[in-house]
Design a protein around this ligand. Sequence first.
Ligand code: BGC
Length: 447
Amino acid sequence: MIRAQFTFPRGFLWGTASAAHQVEGGDALSDWKAWEAEPGRVLGAHTSARACEWLQGRYIEDFDRAAADGHNAQRLSVEWARIEPEPGRWDAAALQFYRAQLLALRARNITPMVTLCHFTQPLWFMERGGWETPACIPLFERYVQKVAAELGDLCSLWCTINEPNAYMFAAYVAGVFPPGRHNLLLAQQVHLNQLRAHAAAYHALHAARPDARVGWAQYLRGFEAARPGFPPDRWAAHWQHQLFNMGWVNAVHSGRFRMLQRSVPVPECRGTCDWLGVNYYTRDLVAFDLRHPLELFGRRQFAPDDVLSEQGFIASHPAGLFRALGEMQKFGWPMFVTENGVEDAPDNMRPAYLLEHLRALWQAVCFNFPVHGYFHWSLVDNFEWERGWTQRFGLYALDVDTQVRTPRSSAKLYAEICRANAISAEIAQRYAPPVAASMFPGAVLAG
Ligand code: BGC
């Protein structure tokens, strides 16, 4: 008889995460809509035109799926460009659309977590300088005040900005997100302005709703020296970690933001974290390389023996999740894993990836790290930014033309875990026997 299981604390949140632009379709007014129209910006000239048709109401069937699969939480985002199509003009229908989503979740006993900015912003905002100028702070604050007033009664978990560090890198270093710049100093300025906008949003949400619990989702990527005995590799890995992973975290903790060239006091940011969202996908080895100045002379690569995802985008390194949570728990903030997942259309790797990362999460919980929930990326395949529809992160496969959703084996695996609030040896054995053998060696032998 196989009985071993990893049990999670009562009330643990289990869900998936999504972002407005990636699932809604019909975006007409954001910077991404304009970006997609430019030749060469998105692989295969794919667009988000239909996305997962949430705008047409298909969020209802997706929330039904989530509920049937035992999810008790859902992270989604609201689209600023839809809510405020022109500066200071609010779109009542857009606000109604989001109220309907939150009501639909609550009717299914699913706790919502709402992200206010997930990589997209109104085109008008970008034309005024976007996050490059401090003028972004009152503009974001005004938008957040409006959202808090209109939706605040339906949600208490608020995520101000998704992955400010990944946004800074994609939009201002790699240039693959709008506005497509390659400028490290500007990237740092944007990172600082967003930090101040986050603080303004934090205070605005608390002023509007005493019950609000506000955090942000930090992308935490593992950076390790490719050659641990070679100091230049260690130097590059250290600085990538400090500036990319830790910039905001340290600033919110200490009230000082460290930039490449200077350190700036940001007293209004101090303590603006009721919970920290950890988005963890993978780990890089970093080799010192003078040809990579914008990445602080660090060339990133996966380890030769890493198990890679379908397109080589992600290396499975679950120990990195445990490590990231361990490093973050020192700050004392409650935490959620707000994203974790892998692109894998055939679902060859996902069951093992999911199980191994959830084992790392369970280990973190057992170490008393204050982690309260997990949001897988994502429920349904969705529009993957500059990679278009070439990457499939869904527990459910999406046929974009017919909009038919088909559960992958991982959807069933995840549903069993959510319903049980635990991973049993028996579940692991059915979905990923090699992983079961390492997770539950005794139990599997006995079975
Ligand atoms: C982003 C998502 C994205 C996912 C997979 C995350 O960094 O927040 O929007 O779809 O990665 O690429």
